[in-house]
Design a protein around this ligand. Structure first.
Ligand SMILES: [Zn+2]
Length: 188
């Protein structure tokens, strides 16, 4: 059951455990809440870089976090992730277990951000996308802006470019906007 839930939600991180009977689906509120645990042995301290040998990094309790995943089975999915907290005995700093499922201090998983960008292929407004993904147009716009910065940071054009025109939001000067992506990696 727990592996099925991970598969259904597209969670590939082996350090994340979903316990049996920890999935609460509420059709009334339209929310699926999944309780999970994240723990592993860190290789090194992210602050001072010291390798984790001779118990240099110790377990220092747990912290509760939560973030949104893409909608599944017509429900908003919220992961309540209990994460291991660590302390480095070398530099005294503490840090939280991380997963590539969600960026640091982020309330939306990385694949939810990708879902935002996928939706931008359709000729719909940011408000429409935001409503569909239970967030705000401002947040969808911020994801779009950060992606644009990544593209321009590369300073070179991809070998294959796919392009299209999309209906602009009210904030844009023209009624139509231009969108393009790397035809090989499919990155916007
Ligand atoms: Zn340290």
């Amino acid at each position: 059951m727990t592996n099925d839930t991970k598969l259904l939600l597209g969670i590939e991180d082996n350090h994340i455990k979903i316990y049996p009977h920890s999935v609460n689906q509420n059709p009334q509120t339209g929310v699926m809440e999944v309780n999970a645990l994240l723990s592993y042995r860190p290789k090194a301290c992210p602050n001072c870089g010291i390798k984790n040998c001779n118990h240099k990094i110790i377990k220092y309790g747990w912290r509760s976090t939560s973030f949104k995943m893409p909608r599944t089975c017509e429900l908003d999915v919220i992961i309540k992730l209990k994460r291991r907290f660590f302390k480095c005995k070398e530099c005294g700093s503490c840090f939280l277990a991380q997963t590539n499922l969600v960026s640091k201090n982020c309330t939306f998983s990385n694949n939810t951000k990708l879902a935002f960008l996928e939706k931008l292929k359709d000729r719909v407004s940011l408000t429409h996308i935001a409503k569909e993904l239970s967030t705000t147009a401002t947040y969808v716009n911020s994801i779009l802006q950060s992606t644009e910065e990544t593209v321009w940071d590369n300073k070179s054009l991809p070998t294959v470019i796919n392009m299209d025109e999309i209906k602009s939001t009210k904030h844009a000067k023209g009624s139509m906007s231009f969108v393009y992506m790397d035809g090989t990696t499919h990155k916007f």
